[in-house]
Structures are given as C-alpha cells and as structure tokens.
Design a protein around this ligand. Structure first.
Ligand code: NCD
Length: 342
C-alpha cells in the first residue's frame, strides 16, 4: 500500500545529502533544511523542537506576543486542501515571530487555470520566499515540491502520508499534561488507513519511547501496519484497556473511495468514543482529537467537552507554539543572503 511505501522514507543518507546541498550551515538542534515528516527525525531533534515550543507557550499567553526572530523573512502558506486550524496556526506562528506572511489556496491560485504543482512552486520560488508551508491531497507531493525550490519547506499534511507539526503539537500537549512521553500507552483510534496524523504520531511516539496501539475496524487498518511496531486491535474495549492517552481520528470520507463501514450509526456504536468505552482506559486517561471532529460520529459530544480530560482545545493552543519552534528552527538554517537563489 502507498501508505507504507518506503519511497517517502527520509533516510539518514537523504538527510545527509540535504545538509550537504544546503548553502547555509545547519545548526545543531535541528540540522535539516525541510520538515517533511517525523520519519527519520531523531529523539534529540524531536526533543529540541518540543523544548523550543515550550518557551513559546508562555509567550503566546502574554499580551505582547511578538518576537523578531523572523524579521525580514517571507513565509508563504500554500494550501491545496481546505484547512481552518492548521493554516491559521501557521499564519499566527509566522506573524508572532515577525515574518511577512502570504496565504494562498487552490481556489485563488493559478492551479485553477491548469498550472501544475511544480510550475506553481517555481513561480513562488522566483519571488524568494524563505519558507513554504504546503498542504496537498497527494502523499509525497510536498517532498517533490521541496526538491524544486531553494527555500525551506514545511509539510502541513500530504494525503494520508505525514502531518509532522500535528504529531509535535500532540506530543507537546501530552508532555505538558503528563510530564513525559516515554513509557506511555497511547491508543490511536478510528480511520487509521487515511490518516497522516496517525502515521506521524506512530513515528514520533515510538521514537520517544511510548507504546502505540491502533484500534479500528479491520477495513480501516492498513495492511502491514504492524511492521511499524504497533499493536493492532479491532475492539475498543480491549484496545483502550489501561491506556494513558486515547487519540481519536476523524473519519476522512474525502479520501475514501469505497465503503469501509456499513453506516455512521454502526461506526459510532462500535468505534465512537463514549463514556462506556472510555471506562476501559486509565481513570485519568487524556482524550485527544486533531480536529475537525465529527460529534456523534467518532466522538460523543459530552466526552469531547469533558475539559477535565479532553485536551482538544489545548492541542490547538500548542499548535501555534510548535509551529513557531519549527519555523524558527528552519529559519536558523537558511543562508543569510538570498544570493544563489534562482
Ligand atoms: C488533520 C489533517 O488535516 O490531517 N487536521 C488538522 O490538521 N487539524 C486531521 C483531519 O483532517 O482529520
């Protein structure tokens, strides 16, 4: 399955090549030119981004939220898929660090007039942006685009492949609540087959020493997924047993080209998170959802709003801090002058 393809693996040799080709001198901490996925990042690199993000959480709660780290830098948000929180979050993150931000979506770009993704990328590249933040419906599209531009590229979600900043913000949320990631038991539940959030989280949580369980109907579990070192369950009661974290996923019907479950009612009955199923997890288990959530489909409304345990709003808050940390880390590796661009 495409989902499992090694094609997208950011192997260490590839990272080494990225470093060698980068005209700037990547600094220790996060020595990469792009952030295309969690796969291939080391424990230290993930920890570095989380540490930097931690500092921005406090700053974002102050009246004066601005820093000048990205003064003079231009960031373009290029979204070929709909988005509320991710695009807004990247925009806020960039602005709070002092960058100039341009937002582009498919509906307002020349893609509508038939331009290819790579031509759009080349056009934008000619205007010397420093960072392109890209979301695309095709797995691998963001990586391809990153090979055609001189600036840094952040993957804001590519098909069902990866969504690295979502996994980082989830990790920051968990770490702030529970003080650690190592040793935790995390159940990722629902539409795993179409989820880039699941894939990035599996990479991040395993790298940081957490144990990951996937809980879903058999039709929504990609074949061979157990090779990623996860345990697979098709029953919520068994899968949630003694978990520290229950991470729900949206049913991503926009990516479904067949019927994967009989009806939404039946799906909610067997896989929707309600208090009965949640009772199997630890009594203080945290409830997470990347949003946008479908109340009464993958999660019961009352459970979603149970703010003692549901950290869904905190996840959104941590998103801005994490994206600030990522933009800062990539900007640190940019060459100081645009010489050689083009
Ligand atoms: C996720 C995404 O786009 O992959 N949403 C998000 O970024 N907040 C999850 C989803 O759409 O279900």
């Amino acid at each position: 399955m495409l989902w499992m393809s090694a094609l997208y693996a950011t192997s260490s040799s590839r990272l080494y090549c990225e470093l060698m080709n980068n005209p700037g001198s990547p600094r220790p901490g996060f020595p990469h030119r792009h952030l295309l996925g969690i796969e291939g990042l080391s424990r230290d690199e993930i920890a570095y981004l989380l540490e930097r993000a931690e500092g921005y959480v406090d700053q974002n709660r102050r009246a004066d939220k601005k820093k000048s780290v990205l003064n003079g830098r231009t960031i373009i948000n290029l979204f070929f898929e709909v988005s509320t929180r991710t695009r807004t979050s990247f925009e806020l993150a960039a602005k709070r660090l002092g960058a100039d931000v341009i937002n582009m979506s498919t509906s307002t770009s020349s893609i509508k007039k038939g331009e290819t993704l790579l031509d759009t990328a080349a056009t934008l590249n000619a205007m010397h942006p420093d960072v392109l933040v890209v979301r695309h419906s095709a797995s691998g599209a963001v990586s391809l685009l990153s090979q055609k531009v001189n600036c840094a590229v952040v993957n804001a979600g590519d098909g069902s492949h990866e969504h690295p900043t979502q996994a980082l913000l989830d990790a920051l949320t968990i770490r702030r609540r529970l003080g650690r990631l190592e040793g935790l038991l995390v159940a990722i539940c629902g539409d795993v087959a179409h989820s880039r959030v699941a894939r990035s989280n599996i990479h991040l949580l395993s790298t940081m020493g957490a144990r990951v369980r996937l809980v879903a109907p058999r039709t929504l579990i990609p074949s061979g997924i157990d090779r990623m070192g996860v345990e697979v369950f098709t029953d919520m009661a068994a899968g949630l047993k003694d978990c520290d974290i229950v991470m729900m996923l949206r049913l991503q019907t926009e990516r479904m080209h067949a019927n994967f479950f009989p009806s939404v009612r039946e799906y909610f009955r067997f896989f929707g998170l309600d208090y009965d199923k949640l009772a199997n997890a630890r009594h203080d288990a945290l409830i997470m959802h990347p949003g946008p959530m479908n109340r009464g489909v993958e999660i019961d409304s009352e459970v979603a709003d149970d703010y003692g345990r549901s950290v869904i709003r905190e996840q959104v808050e941590m998103g801005v801090a994490v994206r600030m940390a990522c933009l800062e880390a990539l900007a640190n590796n940019l060459p100081d002058s645009a010489e050689g661009n083009l």
